[in-house]
Write a protein that binds this ligand. Structure first.
Ligand code: DHB
Ligand code: FE
Length: 284
């Protein structure tokens, strides 16, 4: 990014991610929560923390640093980022364990429902001269018995060639590189987009301070995000990566799986092309 006025800040993208989460997810059930389950989970989490404090003889200075940091995560709006980078992958592992069809992975904080509807052969909304290598992404959506899922919905979102997501970084058109593709009667789709760049989680907020303090890095490999759904089938939330891409082996969010790595080839008309099929499980 050359224009520093358009550089995303942790506070701005964190605030957008927090607001987005509270808009979309507050309909999730909180009433009728099972007291015994809450007791078990809360007790075990606290016991694990107590154990770390005892084993490592955590000092008051360290306790106060943690307290200040936790307060700052909220003030920076970085709870969605923190949770989706360091916790969500295990929740997804548990949730997806029984899946027979395609592998899923984490959703992350940047999904926005209601992206523009697109036909089965489409170009994702993008700027004129959108930077990046053009990518033709095509395939078919079926059920586990191979039945084609005509009219399946593929919601796609991705970072641009600067690693930035529309609606969370300033200066991008609202729906840039976001679309809701409707597959044809055989479940097929062919979407033209550009290859995204690796994504760096914001380094100027609390998550960045943790990363720096712990000597970690802040990078996710380049990825396409998808939610694939069809009536009567279990929706799939996944991401696709690029073979040989930077940080495939050391994703800060631990979300890469071998089945999710694309191997695009040069296309005859320029850019790259790749085929990837999705298999949905029946609704449980
Ligand atoms: C985060 C960003 C992503 O693009 C993603 O896929 C997962 C997590 C994050 O910043 O928390
Ligand atoms: Fe992402």
């Amino acid at each position: 990014m050359s224009d520093t006025a358009l550089t995303p800040t942790a506070a701005a993208s964190g605030a957008s991610a927090t607001e987005r989460f509270l808009t979309d997810k507050t309909s999730l059930p909180t009433e009728g929560t099972d007291t015994a389950r809450v007791n078990t989970l809360a007790t075990e989490v606290l016991t694990a923390v107590h154990d770390v404090i005892r084993r490592h003889r955590v000092t008051y200075d360290e306790y106060n640093a943690l307290k200040a940091w936790l307060i700052a995560v909220g003030q920076d709006g970085e709870w969605p980022l923190f949770l989706d980078v360091w916790i969500e992958h295990v929740v997804e592992e548990v949730a997806g364990a029984a899946r027979e069809g395609s592998k899923g992975t984490i959703e992350g904080p940047y999904y926005v429902p209601g992206a523009p509807a697109l036909p089965s052969t489409a170009v994702l909304p993008m700027r004129e001269n959108e930077p990046g290598t053009p990518l033709l992404f095509q395939g078919q959506v079926t059920g586990v018995s191979g039945e084609p899922l005509g009219g399946a919905l593929l919601e796609m979102w991705q970072a641009d060639d600067d690693g930035l997501y529309a609606q969370f970084a300033p200066g991008l058109p609202e729906w840039n590189l976001r679309g809701s593709v409707v597959a044809d009667a055989e479940g097929r789709f062919a979407v033209t987009t550009v290859e995204p760049a690796p994504y760096q989680i914001p380094t100027d907020g609390s998550c960045g301070r943790l990363i720096a303090a712990a000597g970690w890095h802040a990078w996710r490999p380049a990825h396409l995000h998808l939610k694939v759904s069809a009536p009567g089938y279990e929706p799939l939330t996944t991401q696709l990566y690029f073979r040989g891409g930077e940080h495939i082996q050391d994703d800060v969010a631990s979300a890469v799986k071998p089945e999710l790595v694309l191997d695009p080839r040069p296309a005859s008309g320029g850019g790259n092309e790749v085929v990837y099929d999705f298999v949905l499980d029946p609704a449980s």
